[in-house]
Design a protein around this ligand. Structure first.
Ligand SMILES: Nc1ncnc2c1ncn2[C@@H]1O[C@H](COP(=O)(O)OP(=O)(O)OP(=O)(O)O)[C@@H](O)[C@H]1O
Length: 275
């Protein structure tokens, strides 16, 4: 196809569409963060470089050229977190990790992966909320949380409401930090989670809630934060915080979020039982 003096192939259209998609994703990632201002600054310097080059300002072109080539490396360092999040989003959104093929070829066979019992967790959250007992409970999905489990005290106990309540109770030496649940076990307590650096989070948000968002940004785990101050229940999933939700909403959202992985486990369990 020829438009004026331009000879356009369908691959060029695809190229432009993919670039637009990529730029949109980058914008979406850096929106509202300090990185967006750095990105804008870098873009302006690059535009200046293009103008200087077109006009023929050689000295300025050379200096800006050096700045831009070193700047590319600097950008990778500055945008470390954003690049990480971008790759994580791609990895998560393709849903490959949950697919039948992936579980068959890349994960160890999950012949007896037990389901996470939600009822005792929801019941414990309900009690904590009504008694203003603060807590942070992480529920693993597909990603390995070993790195975070190792920062706390290992438990490996059955998920039960009374046990959860005694861990977070005011007099418990295990109450600080996060409780991590994976499959049907409480793996550890007193775990340290990464704090989210997202600039869009309200400045009034405390560290418990930032830690809940943080773990949901870097892994596919869900995190429940119960505020000691207000008794409110909040749920963090995929870097988003659902603040002040009822226990019924918590149950619904968590159930939906874990439905896919539970389906896989049920399927595997079913296969196992039929052997
Ligand atoms: N990075 C972290 N990882 C795990 N737990 C954390 C982390 N940061 C804070 N916490 C836990 O959160 C508790 C309360 O912190 P903070 O008061 O700042 O949070 P908050 O979000 O305001 O919660 P609350 O509404 O309960 O006061 C800490 O005592 C600690 O147990």
């Amino acid at each position: 196809m020829k438009i004026g003096f331009l000879d356009i192939e369908w691959v060029d259209v695809l190229d432009v569409l993919l670039l637009a998609f990529l730029l949109y994703q980058i914008y979406f990632l850096v929106k509202g963060t300090i990185a967006s201002r750095i990105f804008l600054g870098y873009l302006l310097v690059y535009l200046l470089y293009l103008v200087a080059k077109a006009v023929g300002l050689e000295l300025l072109t050379t200096i800006l050229g050096y700045f831009i080539s070193v700047g590319a490396l600097a950008l990778i360092i500055i945008f470390q977190q954003e690049i990480r999040r971008f790759l994580l989003i791609i990895g998560k959104s393709t849903n490959i990790a949950n697919s039948r093929l992936f579980t068959r070829w890349f994960r160890q066979p999950t012949s007896a992966d037990p389901l996470t019992p939600l009822k005792p967790i929801i019941d414990a959250c309900k009690s904590m909320s009504s008694e203003f007992t603060g807590g942070l409970i992480v529920i693993a999905k597909n990603d390995d949380l070993d790195k975070f489990i190792q920062t706390g005290d290992l438990l490996d106990a059955i998920v039960a409401k009374r046990l959860l309540l005694s861990i977070v109770s005011q007099y418990s030496p295990l109450r600080d930090g996060a409780v991590i649940i994976s499959e049907d076990r409480i793996r550890a307590a007193r775990c340290i989670l990464p704090i989210s650096e997202n600039d869009e989070i309200l400045t009034s948000t405390g560290f418990r809630h930032r830690a809940a968002i943080g773990i949901s940004e870097v892994t596919d785990a869900a995190a429940i934060a119960i505020s000691e101050e207000t008794g409110r229940i909040s749920l963090a999933i995929d870097g988003d915080l659902y603040p002040n939700i009822s226990s019924a909403e918590l149950e619904e959202k968590l159930g939906q979020y874990l439905a896919e992985i539970n389906r896989i486990r049920k399927r595997e369990n079913g296969k196992d039982a039929s052997l």
